[in-house]
Design a binder for this molecule. Sequence first.
Ligand SMILES: Cc1cc2nc3c(=O)[nH]c(=O)nc-3n(C[C@H](O)[C@H](O)[C@H](O)COP(=O)(O)OP(=O)(O)OC[C@H]3O[C@@H](n4cnc5c(N)ncnc54)[C@H](O)[C@@H]3O)c2cc1C
Length: 441
Amino acid sequence: LKATTKQALWLLVYFALLLLPPALVLLAPRPAARELWRELSVGLAFIGLALMGLQFIPTARLRPLTNLFPVDDTYFVHKQTSMLAFLLIAAHPLILFLFNPNTVLLLNPLTAPTRAVLGVVAAIAVAGLIATSFFRIDLGLKYEPWRGVHTVLAPAAVILALLHMLGVDYYMSLPWVRGVWIALTVLWLGLLVRTRLIKPLRLLRRPYRVTSVEAETRSAWTLTLEPDGHPGIEFMPGQFVWLTIGRSPFSLREHPFSITSSAERTDTLQFGIGEAGDFTSQIGQVPVGTTAYVDGPHGDFTIDHHRGPGYVFIAGGIGSPPIISMLRTMADRGDGTPVWLFYGNRSWEDVYCRYELEALEQRLNMHLVHVLEAPPTDGQAWEGEVGFVTAEVLDRHLPPDRNGLLYFICGPLPMIRPVTAALKTVGIPGKQVITEEYEMV
Ligand SMILES: Cc1cc2nc3c(=O)[nH]c(=O)nc-3n(C[C@H](O)[C@H](O)[C@H](O)COP(=O)(O)OP(=O)(O)OC[C@H]3O[C@@H](n4cnc5c(N)ncnc54)[C@H](O)[C@@H]3O)c2cc1C
């Protein structure tokens, strides 16, 4: 099946799961309808909860999905649809309060029936999920505690919501409606159990060892792992994994990193890691021999999925790892497809794999353009570009038949946005541009 067909099928499953509960309520025999506002309020909550439950799918790291949809798009959609789910769920009590002000009394846990208390706590859990995700940085919440909160609140919210619905026992009094909701909840929680329990158990049997950690630039390291007692993983160049170092695979302290090594080699895995925060700034101190776990590979940011007559890679700083993997793999495969690499960095000392890129230029049909904010001032004439990867820089180096090429951009969002705009300015259609953003929340 073509990737687009598979994507369409997955979306079909997604919408079917979303619309199944309300559609069944509408199509099958049901209890007598109540006031319109009450039915509307319940209907919105049903759709909101179904949408919320679906959020367990994109976060389950199912490889058939992660290898098909770009990771940044997946997390973007997850975030936006979660907000929509929250609004639909919040509409449920608000409509009740509006049309029947007495229902406000249900907010009092001392006098309200248990079913109402469960509903209120479920709604608070959903609000907590949204607030901590949309305002994580403003709330001063670090990534790992945020993940802990997320991992507890998400299942708590759906279980409480289900108990609330069972307690209200209106539509849920129909056995098949009850069956559908219980089955959906089991499916959602099953995905969580798979991600947090079954997958780590499998990873325990496939450990890796750190074989070297080398400083590559002032603030970036090359980490090398070797599989310990198993053949390692096969991956496509440009893919990433979730890496756990020196902790159990059940730990929430796992980070996504792109593989930099060639996909033609599975006996070692290499990563280029830039110092960004508490985990990455300690990477240089990881002792050789430390156990690591590798969950992956994931991602569709790869020339093995997006084949073209030529590739233009654009990286900023430590956004280069997936691109380096693609270049190394192309060199190992003897792939002569023309390649342009625009590599933006602050200074010459920040260029990751600077010498190897020169060597790769000899092995590949590659045009390498370094773009430095501060070019070297050691007296030698700087032959690269100065500043940022702008439309002018792209225009100067891209060939006239640039529209047919495929463009891969990787780095932080503040770099991806202007580069995507610059590509538009030089006439590159959006469908030719593939991006991978190094931020999830
Ligand atoms: C698909 C993908 C591939 C990546 N590949 C690389 C790579 O090859 N090389 C590289 O240097 N960096 C890569 N990153 C970025 C890297 O994951 C983060 O810099 C790192 O996790 C930061 O952790 P920290 O604790 O050092 O920093 P913190 O200060 O804790 O975090 C800095 C920022 O990184 C993000 N982040 C932190 N922890 C996580 C986590 N566990 N999962 C997801 N995001 C997190 C958050 O947005 C956070 O605001 C990649 C990110 C993604 C999403």
